[in-house]
Ligand binder design. Structure first.
Ligand code: SER
Length: 626
């Protein structure tokens, strides 16, 4: 079966059992500016599980676009090394919202795998949560699985949670035995192939989650008003199994992309290490295509920064195939051919996606070439001296002057059997922050001698949690009162601190007997300082507070941030591809975009100029939203 047929047959199977096909939600969570990327099928159904939202169906089936590159499990640097890590993947799922439960979920999963898709029953294994006798018995009753193939596991493997908080519950997984040849840990002493045994011989195909609890902020579990089913089957993997190929990259989801890369580079694809560059580019261009189609753009912050890192990593690998001109954007039509029917958004926006990728490749390309040159020279000098560690200063120069992401430098060093003085690099970063402070970024007249601050509690501080939540419990670490202001440092905070021309968050911090209004949030070294007003006690007895970011303001800032990208794209179309951002300011109320162009921009500008130099800097006056 082709990947298209497999996807369709999954949907059709569940339609037969009265499931409604629900299109994938955006990979950029549109109603939650703080969540980086959609990372599970359940994101769009979360409020139904929590009983906050109702829909006109109680059974659903879908294929969800997911990106998992950030947060706890950052696998970006693994992608391409092996044949099964991905930044972007699809997840097939069937869902019950207070409708059917374990029995049907198990029976249907078995029927689809063994009856419809004809996978060999004797190669399939089921796992259940340690205490879940009900699921254990159901596997025996409603399927004809070999009873010796059912086993129990702990929370780590068989209790699914979407994050620190949120809907969760025990799960039951189906694994397949791909045979002894598939094991990739043969060389590891004492390794025994087993289900959940950590090698590639037994792999998980499908996760059936029985959602019945919500994990609260304080870590407790509360029973949900109804019970639900959330299943997830990694699409690339099931396609590899069904097409009987050794790796996801050998399925028809990837082979056309790899072939195109070979055509463009004149270098054939290989399964082993030599194929790494092909795999990195093929994987990354999928993530870029879908993320850009759904409205994300490369930038210096948050989600955009993740995209930029993905793109730069792909661009850097393209160099190893001797591709020095922008090339990643040329793969977009191939992805549209493979997946455009299932996801029409990439078909509709293919030109725009290509344009964004190309312009980012162009601007990074020059830097990359100069940086690689410099890096090679450095390595030669080091090697001549017999030194195997790149100094913090040099790594910092690559970062600061040439825009090299640190993981890129690390990777390049690793390839030369060298390491980087990470502590030295951190010191350089700190010195730079110091310079920025001296340059007057800190204009609140605040004395930042921390010794003069009042210490309220001990421990780490300033963990930023604002990509996942706009509200959080927190503990005051330090404070300082000065004139009408009170400055607070918390253990963790959802408040985004001013940086890169984007203003800091405003909101509220509520504690035992006081409510402060936060007027701005700034960074001071590694610390996030909340600048607030309000009655605040001179000594704090209870350090626990609730920190709330003002949602409207954050949303407006996010929109203006997006608008700077739209403006840049428009300017490039009208004025030419030399237009780059040389500075910008993003606030909830306005944005400013600085650019370099060779002449005054007139309202009648139409056509891109040719062969002209940019000389004068020009800052358009602030734009105000209507
Ligand atoms: N929510 C589960 C997962 O992401 C099953 O869909 O694995």
């Amino acid at each position: 079966m082709t990947s298209k047929e497999i996807r369709q047959s999954f949907i059709d199977f569940f339609k037969k059992y009265d499931h409604k096909f629900v299109p994938s939600s955006s990979v950029v969570p549109f109603d939650d500016p703080t969540l980086l990327f959609t990372n599970a099928g359940m994101n769009q159904f979360k409020n139904i599980f929590l009983g906050i939202e109702k829909r006109d169906y109680t059974r659903a089936a879908n294929t969800q676009k997911c990106i998992r590159v950030s947060g706890k499990h950052n696998d970006l640097e693994e992608v391409g090394k092996d044949t099964y890590h991905h930044t972007f993947f699809e997840m097939l799922g069937n869902w019950s919202f207070g409708d059917y439960y374990k029995k049907e979920a198990i029976a249907w999963a078995w029927e689809l795998l063994t009856d419809v898709w004809k996978l060999p029953k004797d190669k399939l294994y089921a796992t259940v949560f340690r205490e879940d006798d009900e699921a254990y018995e159901l596997w025996k009753q409603v399927t004809d699985i070999d009873p010796s193939h059912i086993s129990r596991f702990d929370e780590k493997d068989n209790f699914w949670e979407m994050g620190e908080v949120g809907p969760c519950g025990p799960c039951s997984e189906i694994h397949i035995d791909l045979g002894p040849d598939a094991c990739d840990k043969k060389h590891v002493e004492g390794h025994v192939c087993a289900v959940n045994g950590g090698c590639a011989r037994y792999i998980e195909l499908w996760n059936l989650v029985f959602i019945q609890y919500n994990r609260e902020n304080d870590g407790s579990l509360i029973e949900l008003p109804s019970k639900h089913v959330d299943t997830g089957m990694g699409f690339e993997r099931i396609v590899a199994v069904m097409q009987n190929v050794g790796s996801n990259y050998d399925t028809d989801l990837f082979t056309p992309i790899l072939a195109k890369i070979s055509e463009l580079s004149g270098k054939a694809y290989h399964d082993g290490n030599e194929g790494m560059a092909h795999r990195v580019i093929a994987d990354h261009v999928r993530a870029l295509t879908f993320a850009i189609a759904d409205g994300a753009l490369p930038s210096n912050e948050g989600r955009g920064y993740v995209l930029r890192r993905i793109l730069r990593r792909a661009a850097r690998y393209a160099r190893t195939l001797e591709l020095h001109e922008p090339v990643i954007y040329k793969l977009v039509p191939t992805i549209v051919e493979i997946m455009g029917d299932a996801f029409p958004e990439i078909k509709e926006k293919h030109q725009y996606i290509s344009m964004v990728i190309k312009s980012e490749e162009e601007s990074f390309g020059h830097t990359l070439d100069r940086g690689i040159d410099l890096f090679e020279k450095l390595v030669a000098e080091y090697k001549a001296k017999g030194v195997n560690q790149i100094s913090g200063e040099d790594a910092f120069r690559l970062y600061d002057t040439y825009g090299f992401p640190m993981d890129l430098t690390r990777l390049m060093a690793e390839e030369k059997n060298m390491t980087i003085d990470e502590a030295g690099f951190e010191r350089e970063m700190e010195l730079q922050r110091e310079r920025a402070r001296k340059a007057g970024k800190w204009d609140y007249g605040l004395d930042v001698n921390w010794d003069e601050w009042t210490k309220v509690s001990d421990g780490k501080d300033s963990e930023f949690v604002g990509y996942d939540a706009l509200e959080s419990d927190a503990t005051i670490r330090l404070f300082k009162k000065e004139m009408e202001h009170v400055y607070l440092v918390l253990d963790k905070t959802p408040f985004y601190a001013e940086s890169g021309g984007q203003v800091g968050d405003v909101g509220e911090i509520q504690g035992d007997g006081f409510v402060l209004s936060v007027e701005n949030t700034v960074k001071q070294g590694e610390k996030i300082v909340h600048i607030a007003k309000g009655d605040f006690p001179n000594s704090v007895k209870n350090p626990t507070v609730r920190a709330r970011v003002k949602r409207d303001q954050r949303m407006s800032t996010a929109r203006n941030h997006t608008a700077t990208h739209l403006l840049q794209a428009a300017l490039r179309q009208v004025l030419g591809s030399h237009v780059h951002q040389s500075g910008s300011l993003v606030t909830p109320f306005r944005l400013r975009f600085d650019l370099t162009h060779f002449e005054r921009i007139s309202p009648h500008h139409r056509r891109p100029p040719r062969g002209l130099h940019h000389t004068d800097a020009l800052s358009p006056s602030p734009l105000r939203p209507h």
